[in-house]
Design a protein around this ligand. Structure first.
Ligand code: URP
Ligand code: ZN
Ligand code: ZN
Length: 534
């Protein structure tokens, strides 16, 4: 072994040892416990998990536009072949998928791991959050890197460090929270050097992450010039601030005050405003966590007019209603506090319908979890309850049960909204989001005849609550393969810190096709300046 290889090996061992000992001294985490096996670090890796060649036999292989009964052969982390009756040698782990669906692993486009927010840090980091994801069939996520002191470079570096213990592949969006020439230059560096192709603008969280319309306009123009996708958290932040004051003046200080202070009309307003500004600039727009009919209808209208607007509902918004924050128990009520708030039941149903008809395109989670102690920061004042709910582990099961089992979408549609569309929008298809020769071996085997049940006592997140507590349904992810490794099988996780890779996402996705032509037509349509006699 040469000295470079020896050096890399010792660095890896050091990382594993450091992570393991940090885990042992951290009372909040579950490393190496009964639920999370720890590959290469002494918790045991099964023969299956350690094989680099895998044959998945006889399943129904589903892509976004096609399904067929076929075998899938994986070697060294890549899908090598997809066809019936593949013949192989003995050194291959064989998984029988007869009667089951073999699909691309989920890609969650919206997560917050190790996120410093509202005076605390999310309890799930890049290890525990990703372990939870894998147990639920998600094999890649795109997290929001947040600038440090307004600096995108400092923010990126901080997140690079936090992601070192990753157990699955991940990418980053970058938030923009202030505007000046440095930020503008840093956006170029993010796109041209760091593999980021999307920037998020928070139209809410006044006094913290919120930007104003001037910044949004500058940001949209810059995104367009870089071929990067502009994303918005759409709520009218000033009006939310006013709504919060109103609730406090009325003496409503509990979690229900959160939802009451930011009604759907404020989400609809901001969604419409962002859409119109994106139309004015002629650049694509991605609206994150669409929670209401109000926002969804703005997106529908814009898409009908030909505008490139992507709408992302999240699983909590699809399946829950607004009753949670009214629970008499503070801890139970506070676990549902997120922004925009989870709306009344009719909204979730309408979002499901919009997803099934293509008005909305893909499902995220906005996984951003705080435990009961952290949520209790707002025991006397709902404005201090850290905002966020779970979903990274539950998304694939709940979308299957809610959308496929109910007959609203096909299995191919399921693949599209949980995986392929994320890969296309963020320009990493078909490396991700497909079961094709040459794609990364991120694969799930889902048994439609098996069932799941969600419980805090069995989930893999570090949080001590679950907004989907007690939910049961049909369709269970029985096997997850990430980067060619079997990481979830027989209800056991086998994960290795550091095994996840950062996925660079190139600019100018399909959403940018034709933008230049529309610009050219617009400019040529402008009448020549009127010549006036003096
Ligand atoms: O409540 C939420 N959504 N927390 C995460 C931050 C955000 O707005 O996405
Ligand atoms: Zn948001
Ligand atoms: Zn979010």
């Amino acid at each position: 072994m040469d000295s470079l290889a020896l050096h890399s090996l010792s660095a890896l061992l050091l990382l594993l040892i450091t992570s393991a000992s940090a885990a042992a001294s951290d009372p909040t985490n579950q490393f190496c416990d009964a639920r999370i096996g720890y590959g290469d670090s002494g918790c045991g890796v099964s023969a299956a998990a350690s094989s680099s060649k895998i044959l998945i036999k006889g399943g129904t292989v589903v892509n976004a536009h096609h399904q067929e009964i076929a075998d899938v052969f994986v070697e060294h982390g890549i899908i090598v072949d997809v066809k019936p009756n593949i013949k192989i040698g003995d050194d291959v782990t064989v998984l029988d998928a007869t009667g089951k669906f073999v699909m691309p692993g989920g890609i969650d486009p919206h997560t917050h791991l190790a996120f410093d927010f509202m005076g605390t840090r999310t309890i799930d980091d890049f290890f525990s959050g990703q372990a939870a994801a894998l147990a639920g069939g998600t094999t890649m996520h795109i997290d929001f890197a947040i600038p440090v002191g307004g600096s995108l470079i400092a923010g990126f570096e901080a997140y690079e460090e936090r992601a070192e213990k990753s157990v699955m592949d991940y990418g980053f969006h970058m938030a923009v929270t202030k505007w000046d020439d440095t930020v503008s230059k840093e956006m170029e560096i993010m796109v041209n050097e760091k593999g980021i192709n999307s920037f998020k603008f928070f139209m809410a969280y006044k006094g913290a992450l919120m930007i104003n319309d001037v910044l949004l306009l500058e940001g949209l123009k810059k995104c367009k010039s870089l071929g990067a996708l502009a994303m918005v958290h759409a709520e009218h932040g000033d009006a939310v601030f006013e709504g919060q004051k109103r609730m406090i003046e009325l003496g409503i200080t509990g979690p229900e005050g959160h939802a009451l202070s930011r009604p759907a009309v404020l989400e609809g307003e901001a969604t419409a405003r962002a859409i119109r500004l994106a139309a004015f600039v002629n650049t694509p727009l991605y609206v994150v966590h669409v929670m209401s009919i109000d926002a969804m209808e703005e997106i529908a209208k814009a898409r009908k007019s030909g505008q490139k607007v992507i709408g992302e509902p999240i699983v909590a918004g699809l399946v829950l209603d607004d009753s949670g924050p009214w629970d008499p128990d503070f801890v139970t009520a506070a676990k549902y506090v997120m922004s925009p708030p989870i709306r009344a039941a009719g909204h979730g149903k309408a979002l499901q319908a919009a997803l099934s008809t293509g008005i909305l395109q893909l499902v995220g989670t906005d996984h951003c979890v705080f435990n009961s102690t952290q949520k209790s920061l707002g025991i006397d004042d709902f404005r201090k309850i850290p905002n966020g709910v779970n979903g990274i582990e539950e998304r694939m099961h709940l979308v299957w049960d809610t959308m496929v089992e109910s007959g609203q979408i096909s299995v191919s549609d399921y693949v599209r909204i949980t995986s392929t569309e994320s890969a296309r929008i963020f320009n990493i298809y078909p490396r991700k989001g497909a079961i094709l020769a040459g794609s990364d071996a991120d694969i799930i085997i889902l048994n439609p005849n098996s069932s799941f049940e969600i419980s805090t006592s069995t989930h893999h997140s570090r949080t001590d609550t679950n907004v989907f507590e007690g939910r049961r349904g049909k369709g269970k992810v029985e096997v997850t393969i990430a980067g060619g490794r079997i990481v979830w099988i027989n209800d056991e996780l086998k994960v290795t810190p550091g095994s996840g890779k950062y996925v660079k996402m190139p600019p100018f996705s399909y959403l940018f096709a034709g933008i230049d032509k529309v610009d050219a037509m617009y400019f040529s349509s402008l009448k020549a300046p009127v010549k006036r006699a003096w």
